[in-house]
Design a protein around this ligand. Structure first.
Ligand code: ADP
Ligand code: MG
Length: 333
């Protein structure tokens, strides 16, 4: 079991308040991603759960039991960091085995657990290598293996893929998601990358300056963002925002339209503009259009659309997909 509860958790460093008041319920077996811009408090929140930081006030529970005053060793959680933190002089086998050795586990039992973790992570052929003879992705798998053998109540990942190149990140992201499907153990995963959050999470926590802006499934956040921050953070390319006259027509302080819900036409539409940069991705084209009086807006079109820079065009929002926000940025429904 591995449910995690935060009740009014506050964390300050000196006089500097980093987490003002976080309450959160993470169900046993869930894959929950903390996402937000750099410095918003993701690592701090994860380290509070791990017990690596003390709360200033508030309560943290594991499986309903208050662990606020328990040290990391007594919480039964395993943390995986961006820097793999492997022992360079030990083999893969010895690295994975290390926590079991520390716990004085029976040698035969430990060996079996290491073999099993290596099998799950496709590391069987590398057990006798040293970390320096492994790729970045393999090193991160070893770090995960070392967490697996401890059979933790939950895995806590802090930006584990940030040191990997883009292609490897995509592979590892799928591997970690598959690992979760196999183990069915609670995973809490920190990233600044909203694509990782969207693709991996059962539920996403969007953090902004230490505040939980919204907690929900990827599609809930995409379809019904609670406010402008979440609307702008989730989705790629980013949601377009328009203020002033285009918004007041919809009785809102501002409106948001995702690039995939904006239509472009040479003949007619709601807003006139000029084509700026076109980004050709093959499968899609992102057209950046300077709209008169409303700034740069992005349109996502399928395939390779041949608009010329400087060309006059018209944009129109998909009428069913217009997000409305009040003066303070809260979503109007
Ligand atoms: P993130 O992981 O989202 O990038 P962090 O949780 O690392 O953000 O940091 C959140 C804020 O807390 C930052 O302003 C950071 O400078 C501050 N902070 C983090 N750890 C400490 C610390 N040990 N002492 C003082 N300030 C800290
Ligand atoms: Mg961090």
């Amino acid at each position: 079991m591995g449910s995690i509860t935060l009740e009014h958790v506050n964390k300050s460093f000196g006089g500097h308040q980093v987490i003002p008041d976080a309450s959160l319920e993470i169900e046993d077996g869930a894959f929950v991603v903390f996402v937000g811009p750099s410095g918003c408090g993701k690592s701090t929140l994860l380290r509070l759960i791990a017990g690596l930081e003390d709360t200033t006030s508030g309560v943290i529970k594991l499986d309903g039991v208050d662990v606020t005053d328990k040290g990391p060793a007594h919480r039964g959680l395993a943390m995986v960091f961006q820097s793999y933190a492997l022992y360079p002089h030990m083999t893969v086998r010895q690295n994975i085995e290390f926590p079991l050795k520390m716990a004085n586990l029976d040698k035969a039992v430990a060996a079996r657990k290491v073999e099993e973790a290596a099998r799950v992570l496709n590391l069987n052929d590398y057990l006798d290598r040293k970390p320096r003879m492994l790729s970045g992705g393999q090193r991160q798998r070893v770090a995960i293996g070392r967490a697996i053998v401890r059979e933790p109540k939950a895995f806590l990942f802090d930006e584990p893929l940030s040191n990997l190149d883009a292609a490897l990140r995509v592979n590892m992201r799928i591997e970690i998601t598959e690992l979760h499907q196999q183990l069915k153990t609670t995973m809490v995963y920190v990233t600044h990358d909203q694509v990782e959050a969207m693709t991996m999470a059962d539920k996403i926590v969007v953090l902004n300056a230490g505040r939980i802006e919204q907690y929900g499934s990827p599609m809930e956040l995409y379809k019904t963002p609670a406010n402008k921050f979440v609307a702008g953070f989730i989705g790629s390319p980013k949601m377009n925002f328009l203020e002033g006259e285009p918004a007041s027509k919809y009785a809102a302080a501002s409106i948001g339209i995702r690039p995939e819900h904006m239509r472009i036409s040479r003949e007619s539409g709601e807003w006139a503009g000029r084509v700026g940069v076109a980004e050709h991705l093959g499968s899609d084209t992102f057209l950046h259009v300077h709209v008169d009086g409303a700034g740069l807006q992005t349109v996502r079109t399928e395939g390779d659309r041949d608009f010329t820079p400087g060309e006059t065009v018209w944009l129109s929002p998909d009428p069913g997909r217009i997000y409305r926000f009040d003066q303070s940025g809260l979503a109007l429904r």
